[in-house]
Ligand binder design. Sequence first.
Ligand SMILES: [Zn+2]
Length: 155
Amino acid sequence: MARKSKEEILIAERHFDSIFNYDAGTIRSKFLTELRDNQRIMGIRCPDCNRVYVPARSTCHKCFASLTDFVPVANTGTLTTYSIVNSPQPYSPAEPPFIYGIIQLDGADTGLVHLISGVDPQKVTIGMRVRAVFNEKRIGSIFDIKHFKPIGGER
Ligand SMILES: [Zn+2]
C-alpha cells in the first residue's frame, strides 16, 4: 500500500497588539483589593491538602477542591528561580535589563512571579531572601507590589 505523500504543514504567524480588560472574579478581586487597601498579600488554603496558593485561586491544582479560605502570608519570601530580561518587549513592566523572579512567600506553598529589583542582575542568586515593596499609589493590580528587593544580611 502506497503511502500518501507527506503534506506540508505551514506555521502561520500573527501579531497581537492589544490591551483588554477582564473580570478578575471574586477570588482574584479579593487578592487584589487586599494589596490595594491593606498592602497585605493573601493566600488561599486548600481545605483538603492544606496547600496555600499565592496568588489566590479558586481551585486546588493538586486535589481540585474549591478554595475559599483566605489566609495572610508574609511580605517576605525566598527567590526560587529567576530570569534576566535583556531585550525590550511590548508591555514589559520595566526597562531591560530587569529580573523576573518566582518568590515563595513565607506561609505559601506556591511561587509568585514578580520583579526583583535592588540587586545587580549578575549578583542575584536562588535562595535569596526578598521582601515586597509596595507602591505609594495602589490601584488593585499585581503591580501594587512595585517589586521584591533583597533583605540585607538575612538568609
Ligand atoms: Zn488541595
